[in-house]
Design a protein around this ligand. Structure first.
Ligand SMILES: Cc1ncc(C[n+]2csc(CCOP(=O)(O)OP(=O)(O)O)c2C)c(N)n1
Ligand code: SF4
Ligand SMILES: [Mg+2]
Length: 277
């Protein structure tokens, strides 16, 4: 008969971060929100921010994020999270203040708050979930919807001549001197999670070093509103979404390391980074 294992015989290699509440998420199977929640919680643990983090929730599928993070959370009106974060950070400069926002929230109704918080160089960190759609309200077109993408309000596919081009938030914010760190990464494979953690560390460090506004955009899935299986949705991110929204670092002004500029020169894309390795 095989010997039974005791807890002394096994090594714990994976556990729930302390900053994540022990509660089932309401997110659909294959949705990236749960993964990004976990990464945010891992970072709060890693930087020891459990007792000084204040998160601002959006409106959208992650409206209930306050139920999942074991830190102080505030619910903002749709799109207003950067304005709320501004107030909290100015009142409590020692707090680590972050927003967690979808693309409808951040780049549509909240575009003004996003751009002006970045322009003012507010010392806050934005965790941005670009799934190219309004997930919560039934799959309407978002500013980030790809050309040709079918949504409930672009049933024939997004026609740019009529509905406009997708908004590239990283490129839009890149020119602003108040931005300290800006990067984009797909959440479509385990290897990208490593990159996401690296960018998130930089974004958090930017705030802790009082360098200004920081944002990490993740290219996320919404299998339900995309009408895809979770696997097909991951493939769609890799094969199509990353072609329109190129992953990489757009601004990095940490520790005297300044990489910013319209025509690149200093802008490092994921492709360039891989070539350097
Ligand atoms: C002022 C206001 N306008 C519109 C809405 C309706 N609304 C709720 S969520 C949402 C879109 C959410 O999309 P997104 O931010 O991309 O989040 P996702 O659900 O995709 O994660 C909209 C338009 C609202 N709640 N408040
Ligand atoms: S509708 Fe989309 S974004 Fe919302 S929880 Fe489901 S998969 Fe995620
Ligand atoms: Mg969305």
């Amino acid at each position: 008969m095989a010997e039974s294992l005791t807890s002394a015989d096994v090594e714990c290699v994976f556990e729930r971060p302390e900053a994540l509440v022990d509660r089932s998420h309401h997110y659909c199977p294959g949705c990236s929100h749960g993964i990004y929640h976990r990464l945010v919680a891992e970072m709060i643990d890693e930087f020891g921010l459990l007792n000084r983090a204040v998160g601002i929730c959006p409106v959208g599928c992650s409206v209930l994020a306050y139920d999942y993070f074991a830190v102080d959370m505030i619910e903002a009106s749709h799109g207003r999270a950067p304005a709320v974060a501004t107030g909290v950070k100015r009142a409590l400069p020692d707090a680590f203040v972050f927003t967690y926002q979808g693309d409808g929230d951040l780049a549509s109704i909240g575009m003004s708050e996003t751009v002006h918080a970045a322009a003012r160089g507010e010392n806050i960190t934005v965790f941005f979930v670009n799934n190219g759609i309004y997930g919560m309200t039934g799959g309407q077109m978002a500013p980030t919807t790809l050309p040709g993408q079918k949504t409930t309000t672009s049933p024939g596919g997004r026609e740019v001549a009529v509905m406009g081009h997708p908004v590239d938030v990283c490129k839009l914010l890149q020119s602003l001197p108040g931005v300290a760190f800006l990067a984009r990464v797909p959440l479509s494979a385990p290897k990208h999670l490593k990159t996401a953690r690296k960018y998130m560390r930089k974004a958090i460090s930017a705030q802790l070093q009082k360098k200004g506004f920081s944002l990490v955009e993740v290219l996320a899935t919404c299998p339900v509103q995309w009408r895809m299986t979770p696997i097909a949705a991951l493939r769609h991110v890799d094969e199509n979404v990353t072609k329109v929204f190129e992953p990489g670092v757009f601004v990095d002004r940490l520790d005297g390391d300044s990489h910013s500029g319209a025509d690149g020169g200093a802008t490092r894309t994921e492709t360039e980074r891989q070539e350097k390795r």
